[in-house]
Ligand binder design. Structure first.
Ligand code: ZN
Length: 181
């Protein structure tokens, strides 16, 4: 078990588009386990590889701690592709382990379809709605270098400005390890 430091706003890797995974090697399985440990330790529901310094197209999700999802088993999405997004949108308040303590209302599609590889390298197509769709879209955004501030109105973005500056300087109180300047 390894808890990795989480990259935060200002870290360049969060702004880079991730590279596809070539094969699910033993080394990658170890990385995935460490990502799950890191996410659970930080009480997050999703974590993308570039949030722990790996420039690879994969993320993990675990909604077990969320009301109504108690039986949820951790999911691993490798080389994901969003193939459908509903026109119907919903606004939900989001947080992000790379934006400690920041919360913002974000509008996203209500229903989605995603195609990805699991750890057995099987191609899976999954339809998701509600909170799972929300988390998947948020994590997918990480893989293309997008963060919450890119998904809100200019008005909300300007309200977040001071908070983002503090995060960049690591002037935040959190109880999980983050990268240092
Ligand atoms: Zn995030």
């Amino acid at each position: 078990m390894a808890i990795l430091p989480i990259t935060v706003y200002g870290d360049k890797i969060l702004r880079q588009k991730t590279k596809p995974v070539n094969s699910v090697s033993d080394e990658l399985i170890v990385k995935i386990k460490n990502m799950l440990d890191t996410m659970h330790n930080a009480k997050g529901v999703g974590l993308a590889a570039n949030q722990v310094g790996f420039n690879q197209s994969l993320f993990v999700v675990d909604l077990k701690g969320v009301e109504g999802y108690e039986k949820f088993k951790p999911m691993i999405f490798i080389n994901p592709e969003i193939v459908l997004q509903s026109d119907e949108k919903v606004v939900i308040e989001e947080g992000c382990l790379s934006l400690p303590n920041l919360r913002a209302d974000v509008e996203r599609s209500k229903n989605i379809k995603i195609r990805y590889l699991n750890t057995d390298e099987q191609l899976i197509e999954l339809e998701a709605d509600e909170f799972l769709a929300r988390v998947i879209l948020h994590e997918y955004d990480h893989l293309i270098g997008k963060l919450i501030p890119d998904r809100v109105s200019e008005e909300i973005k300007s309200q977040l400005k001071d908070e983002l500056k503090l995060i960049k300087k690591r002037k935040v109180e959190i109880d999980y390890p983050i990268t240092q300047l």
